[in-house]
Design a binder for this molecule. Structure first.
Ligand code: BGC
Length: 359
């Protein structure tokens, strides 16, 4: 029984072998004129090894803006003749490190990183540098590491713009601050900008910050819970809320709605998310901070290609990340409210008029 099975297997294997040889023969020996032409012309083309390949390691796609970053950065790189491989770590520091290892072993020429956790991401930079690959920190800086370039918006200015507008509107009263994720250096910078402006008001006794919390992972549900706690601790007597982005502002507004206070307490956010733009039009959110993502993607793409080609790269300042003075490029954020929504985010095509005004 076993023997006849062995014989049968032998015959099948031999038949398959002969079939394979036959196929190979057919492929190599008979060529149409078209095939020949293709081969000759492909020899003149640059080999795929000449194409610059950028690895883009993203933290998350949770907030609406990151989908724009992903697409626009790809578009800008492709317009420059580069390729990109993108991996998203879903707010997991360990996963982000292992994805970066994959990008490195896939042969990227440069790594562009939006770090999840600004502190632990230094390991990413070390791994890349060991493999001879430079690192561009995108939107969020990586702390305590020898990063080669940082391209972002002026995040401290984001907080300053929020607080200047809010203090013009509410120069005296009880303020709530709903921060971003403490793991993200941008959240720290935005908060610094806010409190730079609030401090003189606090010192004069005009403004009291009655509640001030970070929001774990920038999660709107956490912001909602924090806002409920702030309202309950203050008998709903709150005069203004500054939230670190539009996702957390959404959580804040959900809590206000539950207490019948929606549209009655001014709220600031950041990102110009579509939902926030709609809330500004309907009057439940006071302002947002618009950061033109196309400009960020373009600046980063141009410099990424230069860095990967070993060219000199222009920066407009240096920023200390705890280890070195990092050459940096910071773009300016823009404040958006009901008065200028048309000539900012709509005119730029960030969102269409239809989407904003007729959801
Ligand atoms: C970005 C914000 C974003 C937040 C949450 C920050 O680092 O600067 O635009 O809303 O992360 O993803």
């Amino acid at each position: 029984m076993n023997r006849s099975l062995g014989l049968l297997t032998g015959i099948v294997v031999t038949a398959l072998f002969l079939l394979l040889i036959g196929c190979e023969d057919e492929n190599t020996s008979v060529k149409s004129p078209n095939q020949l032409e293709e081969e000759v012309s492909s020899e003149k083309e640059p080999t795929s090894d000449d194409t610059i390949k950028i690895g883009f390691s993203m933290d998350t796609l949770e907030e609406e803006r990151w989908a724009k970053d992903k697409e626009l950065f790809r578009e800008e790189l492709e317009a420059l003749g580069a390729e990109v491989e993108i991996m998203v770590a879903n707010e997991d520091a360990a996963l982000q490190i292992s994805q970066v290892e994959t990008l490195i072993s896939n042969g990227v020429d440069l790594l562009v990183v939006v770090p999840y956790y600004t502190e632990t991401a230094a390991a990413i930079v070390e791994k890349a540098h060991l493999a001879g690959i430079k690192v561009l920190s995108y939107d969020r800086i990586i702390k305590n590491a020898n990063i080669d370039l940082y391209v972002s918006f002026d995040n401290e200015m984001v907080g300053q713009l929020q607080a200047e507008a809010m203090t013009n509107l509410v120069p005296k009263g009880k303020y709530v601050y709903i921060g971003g994720a403490i793991t993200d250096n941008n959240a720290i910078l935005v908060k610094k900008g806010v409190f730079n402006i609030l401090q003189p008001y606090i010192d004069r006794g005009d403004i009291t910050v009655v509640y001030d919390q970070w929001t774990e992972d920038w999660n709107p549900d956490n912001a909602y819970k924090n806002m409920l706690a702030a309202l309950e601790a203050n008998n709903n007597q709150i005069d203004a809320v500054i939230a670190a982005n539009d996702a957390t502002a959404g959580g804040v507004i959900r809590a206000l709605k539950e207490k019948g206070l929606e549209g009655k307490i001014p709220v600031a956010g950041q990102d110009a998310d579509l939902a926030a733009a709609q809330r500004i039009v309907e009057g439940t959110q006071t302002l947002t901070i618009y950061k033109p993502i196309r400009a960020l993607a373009k600046e980063a793409a141009e410099r990424a290609v230069q860095l990967a080609s070993g060219e000199d790269v222009e920066a407009d300042r240096v920023i200390n990340n705890g280890k070195i003075e990092v050459p940096s490029v910071l773009l300016s954020p823009i404040i958006v409210n009901q008065n200028n929504i048309d000539e900012t985010i709509i005119e730029d095509g960030f969102h269409s008029r239809e989407e904003v005004y007729h959801p």
